[in-house]
Design a protein around this ligand. Structure first.
Ligand SMILES: NC(=O)c1ccc[n+]([C@@H]2O[C@H](COP(=O)([O-])OP(=O)(O)OC[C@H]3O[C@@H](n4cnc5c(N)ncnc54)[C@H](O)[C@@H]3O)[C@@H](O)[C@H]2O)c1
Length: 263
């Protein structure tokens, strides 16, 4: 018996055109789910959907900006039409959103503006609220569902230099806990996975550019002395998406090489 089997399920993974989201999409598909690969950039979404198809799975690439509720609703409707109703939603789109600032000398947070904050809060907080709101009616209709949001240890512990991001991720986790309480009666679970530094196209260049001494010091904070790999995260998400996790809800589970521990 495969306790992670997802045959017959339909999953949407946001921001899945690269990095952690891509690994999640590939892993859910490998367990038999039909996957809607979302990204702000259509070509990224299509490339990953294609990888899944080449591996023998079923996937479509769906462009949508998770910060735009109408676009997200249209995405859910298209997925229902083409793949069937959504069983699993993974809110993965994050970091600084689709159009990150190119400011190489970041300012202290007290000198930033609501316009700067919006880039972080739009994708990491409102994006999650939009997608959960749009997916919930489909899940209520089926009387089952899995809502999973990728947050950051920055949202659990706070991280200096990315204060607004930390707040957005903490907000998303608080939202997911409340949603878990509201939707439990429909057999819908809502959980977060909190991750630490993970080698993805957005983060890897900065990690690799670290001077060796600083890299060593940074890695000393990780009990498992390496940075994360996208597959590390995909494993936990697949577990939460599966029938093996039917009694797990309202939780934030760190997958972080022991960077911090949950109590
Ligand atoms: N990589 C890390 O070290 C790290 C650490 C902590 C948390 N996280 C979180 O993990 C998640 C994945 O991180 P990653 O590094 O793999 O991401 P990434 O930046 O490499 O890729 C994110 C993808 O999401 C897409 N995207 C961005 N904004 C979008 C929007 N508004 N609508 C739709 N798609 C959008 C991008 O086009 C991109 O393809 C994010 O939520 C991030 O905040 C990452």
């Amino acid at each position: 018996m495969n306790i992670l089997d997802l045959s017959g399920k339909v999953a949407i993974v946001t921001g899945a055109g690269q990095g952690v989201g891509r690994a999640i999409a590939l892993t859910l598909a490998a367990q038999g789910a039909k996957v809607a690969v979302n990204d702000y950039f259509q070509d990224r979404a299509d490339n990953v959907a294609n990888e899944i198809a080449v591996a023998g799975g079923t996937a479509i690439g769906v462009q949508a900006d998770v910060t735009d509720l109408d676009g997200v609703k249209a995405m859910m409707a298209r997925v229902a039409d083409e793949l069937g109703s959504t069983d699993i939603l993974v809110n993965n789109a994050g970091n600084e959103g689709a159009n990150p600032s190119e400011n190489s000398a970041p300012k202290p947070f007290w000198e930033t503006t609501p316009q700067d904050w919006q880039r972080w809060l739009g994708v990491n907080l409102y994006g999650v609220i939009n997608c959960v709101s749009a997916a919930t009616p489909y899940m209520i209709q089926r009387q089952s569902g899995r809502l999973i949001t990728i947050i950051s240890d920055a949202g659990r512990m706070g991280e200096s230099g990315i204060e607004v991001y930390s707040g957005g991720k903490a907000g998303a986790a608080g939202f997911m806990r409340a949603v878990a309480r509201t939707l439990g009666r429909y057999n819908i679970t809502a959980n977060c996975v909190a991750i630490a530094a993970t080698m993805t196209p957005t983060v890897q260049p900065a990690l690799e550019a670290m001077p060796p001494e600083r890299r060593k010091k940074t890695l000393e904070r990780y009990v498992i002395r390496r940075f994360g790999r996208p597959e590390d995260i995909a494993g936990m998400v697949t577990m939460l998406a599966s029938d093996a996790s039917g009694w797990t809800t309202g939780q934030t589970i760190p997958v972080n090489g022991g960077f911090s521990f949950a109590m």
